[in-house]
Write a protein that binds this ligand. Structure first.
Ligand SMILES: Cc1ncc(C[n+]2csc(CCOP(=O)(O)OP(=O)(O)O)c2C)c(N)n1
Ligand SMILES: [Mg+2]
Length: 794
């Protein structure tokens, strides 16, 4: 149970006064993190009988790494993604800095208390990146470092805030996540600088001890990607022992020791170490090293790993710091649960100390009952000295007077975007998007400021999503200027892809997780860099699914960006089932902090695009998603009510008062709906035709109005309620979209009307639009059949 560092230290390795203070603070972090979890599970009343949980062992392994960073090496401008399961340590660090309050620590995993995993939105301004879904927070630092460079190279950053380092404190199991390697490769392509990943190499994941030799491979991968790798394997005590006669035998023995045996012996303690060591090294000179130590001392020596030796960690970090901005991976050997009774046990991930174990631990830590939350309780230095130390460390300085979370001025968005000429043209929403953005890209007149703040990105589908013309105008971003070889050689190409630090498009490889991590990082630049970017990312609609976890992760952090997904649905007819999206409208409805739309015509698109640039800047705004299509449609000449388009629906042909039926369409199936409607009207003159631009906004508005009415606001009415009002209470709505029909099925609940929802709910296949629309029941005949059914059922 002892903390290893102070036991059996050779005379020449005694601590400097500064190291002594750091060790006291490590002790405090160990205590507070363990106690927060214990308090949440064993002290606080539990109303529902659910296990509250927490990760005392995951916290314990990273104590020295976090102490070295926060109390020595970090500067205020550095940005840190903390391993999710070290959340309590992070909060304890802030508590020591006076940036966290006891009540919220007591409320760990409770409503209003600190979250289990650091959360930007819920845990306040000290959190730079939310973590929780393992792997993503780590990779995010690569992209936030890239965006920091982008902001500074474009002169958009704050001159009073120096550039910082982007640091991930990672669990070793996070290195199993594929998104890590995708990010590494992308980071290498962009020559990303100022990134450190510090891996808490406790060789345990959730279920078990991880296989041996894994890190030999991983180290090589980092080096191949141009990273420096620093391995912190042994602490100073073990290194001193290795220097003695027979010491090399001891080193070899540990080097060869399988992870699982090492973990088991750590858990068992000194006597078990002795037994195994004597069996294996009884004839070696190393025996003398073992013999002269008590069991406790031997246990402490054998677990004196680099990641628990704060001086070794600090030395390594400082050396990397001095070496410059080279991306660096630190592999810090640690023990999961170090200093706690289940240290090394393979089942300790979610293990909690029992009340009895906690009492022993409390005594060992010198904490009196009732003083568990006292800042300096149980430490052997005067409070004044510890307090002065904490105030003196670099990270204690406020980054700016307003704190760590920066503010950025808003970018003015002109009242209307430059709408392309649509008269007499058949056009798709995707083409309209390309045209509008290209026009903004001229950077003329009212669009100059807007153009300067837009940054676009795409995972290898820049041209096929119509970003090409914008890119031709604004260039590709690269930290280094690189010519367009084809252009220089005067070879004909529609794309002019010169790269420079002034470029405004970040070209990514195909990996969609990287797209969403980059959009997340770009969408956080106001808070992280004090710069207002308007990030726009394009991707094929089906492959939103491919990066979905990272998309949700970006939204969870309240990153602000515009996602344009195109082409979409079966309308991508010849491409087949793999490329035809069905579920994306439902994702758009269910994703929080993401307002989703599907415009049909370019005039709607222009309204929504403008809305997106505005909405993503508002304090109560969100990220925005536009689902577009490549199907060319005749463009109507009409005057639209922008409010209605933004709220989610507008009548193309309003129904008669008390009308018995309406057809509602979303997206490129409009011609089929219009044709069906024209025929329907010959029999039902009171019928209506509704254009739905956003089931997501309609649904959100409706449930919000219901809530407000429940809260007593009787007049609260949502857009969809108003829109559906003219129809009779039992009227039928035949709805159609090129997406899952459940997107509209709920509309019947709004005013007690009946919905016959049409839309594909099976995998698609190759075909042309007439064949596929017929096969999946969204062509004119299918709509008319549904209308007949609705009217017969009346
Ligand atoms: C994407 C994802 N998959 C699964 C989990 C569940 N989970 C939580 S922690 C963990 C293993 C963590 O091991 P490691 O990263 O080594 O952390 P440590 O040993 O420091 O606790 C897993 C699988 C998760 N949080 N995120
Ligand atoms: Mg681990």
């Amino acid at each position: 149970m002892d903390l290893p560092a102070e036991i059996g230290l050779p005379a020449d390795l005694t601590d400097s006064p500064r190291t002594h203070i750091l060790r006291q603070l490590e002790r405090k972090l160990l205590w507070l993190s363990a106690w927060m979890v214990h308090n949440a599970n064993h002290i606080r009343p539990n109303r529902d009988g659910l296990k509250v949980g927490g990760h005392q062992a995951s916290c314990a392994s990273v104590i020295s790494i976090m102490a070295a960073l926060y109390f020595e090496v970090l500067r205020p401008q550095d940005r840190i993604a903390v391993k999710p399961h070290a959340g309590p340590v992070f909060h304890a660090v802030n508590y020591l800095f006076g940036r966290q309050v006891r009540e919220r620590m007591e409320g760990l995993r409770q409503m209003g208390g600190v979250q289990p995993y650091p959360s930007r939105v819920k845990d306040g301004d000290e959190v730079d990146f939310s973590t929780g879904s393992v792997g993503l927070g780590v990779a995010m630092t690569t992209f936030s470092a890239l965006m920091q460079d982008y902001v500074h190279l474009h002169g958009l950053g704050r001159s009073d805030v120096p550039q910082g380092r982007h640091i991930a404190i990672a669990g070793d199991a996070e290195l199993d996540e594929g998104n890590i390697y995708e990010a590494l490769l992308e980071g290498w392509k962009h020559d990303v600088r100022d990134v450190w990943w510090i891996i808490d190499y406790n060789r345990q994941s959730l279920d078990s001890v991880v296989p041996d030799r894994r890190f030999g491979r991983i180290e090589g991968l980092f080096r191949d990607m141009g990273w420096d790798v620093v391995t912190l394997k042994y602490g100073r005590k073990l290194e001193a022992a290795f220097g003695r006669e027979g010491g090399e035998d001891l080193r070899r023995w540990i080097d060869d020791c399988p992870n699982s045996l090492y973990s088991a012996l750590t858990f068992q303690g000194g006597a078990a170490w002795r037994q195994v060591l004597l069996a294996d090294l009884g004839r070696s000179k190393a025996r003398a090293i073992v013999d002269e130590l008590s069991d406790d001392e031997l246990g402490a020596l054998m677990t004196n790993l680099g990641g628990h030796d704060i001086e070794a960690i600090i030395d390594a970090l400082r050396a990397a710091d001095a070496a410059g901005d080279q991306p660096t991976c630190f592999i810090a050997y640690t023990i999961k649960g170090m200093g706690l009774p289940f240290a090394g046990h393979k089942d300790n991930h979610a293990g909690l100390m029992t009340k009895e174990q906690m009492e022993l631990f409390r005594a060992e830590m010198g904490i009196r009952p009732g003083h568990e939350w006292d800042l300096f309780e149980g430490l052997d230095l005067p409070e004044a000295e510890l307090g002065a130390f904490l105030r003196s460390v670099p990270f204690a300085t406020k980054l700016t007077p307003e704190g760590r979370r920066l503010k950025a001025p808003l970018v003015a968005i002109p009242p209307a975007l430059p709408a392309p000429k649509t008269e007499g043209r058949r056009m798709s929403t995707q083409a309209g998007f390309g045209d509008i953005l290209a026009e903004i890209g001229r950077g003329q007149g009212p669009y100059k400021e807007l153009a300067e703040h837009i940054v676009t990105t795409s995972p290898d589908v820049t041209v096929s999503t119509n970003l090409g013309p914008w890119v031709n105008r604004r260039g590709i971003f690269d930290r280094h200027t690189r010519n367009d070889v084809f252009r220089d050689a005067k070879l004909a190409s529609a794309q002019r892809w010169g790269m420079s630090p002034k470029g405004q498009h970040i070209e990514l490889g195909i990996a969609e997780q990287n797209l969403f991590l980059l959009l997340g990082a770009a969408g956080l630049t106001p808070g992280l860099d004090g710069a207002r970017l308007l990030p726009v990312g394009t991707v094929y609609d089906p492959f939103v699914n491919r990066g979905l976890d990272a998309l949700i992760y970006a939204c969870y952090q309240d990153a602000r960006f515009l996602l344009v997904s195109t082409p979409s649905g079966l309308t991508l007819a010849p491409e087949g089932g793999q490329h035809q999206s069905i579920n994306t409208p439902l994702i758009g409805m269910a994703a929080d902090r993401l307002a989703s739309f599907e415009p049909t015509h370019v005039d709607e698109l222009a309204i929504l695009l403008r809305h997106a640039f505005h909405h993503m800047q508002q304090p109560d705004g969100s990220a925005v998603w536009l689902r577009l299509s490549t199907r060319q449609l005749d463009q109507p000449r009409r005057k639209l009510d922008p409010e209605a388009v933004i709220a989610g629906a507008h009548w193309i042909a309003p129904p008669a008062q008390g009308g018995r039926i309406a057809v509602a369409y979303q997206g490129p199936v409009a011609p089929e709906a219009e044709a069906a409607f024209a025929e329907l009207r010959t029999e039902e003159p009171g019928a209506g035709l509704l254009a739905i631009t956003s089931p997501d906004r309609l649904h959100a508005g409706w449930t919000a109005a219901l809530r407000r009415r429940r809260a007593g606001e009787r007049g609260a009415l949502s857009h969809v309620e108003r829109v559906l009002t003219p129809l009779a209470p039992g009227a039928a709505l035949v709805t159609v979209l090129d997406g899952h029909p459940a997107s509209h099925a709920w509309l019947g609940a709004v005013r007690g009307q009946r919905v016959i929802p049409l839309g594909p709910d099976r995998f698609g296949q190759s075909g042309d639009i007439p064949d596929l629309y017929r096969e999946y029941g969204i062509d004119t005949d299918a709509i008319l059949d549904a209308c007949a059914q609705a009217l017969l059922d009346l």
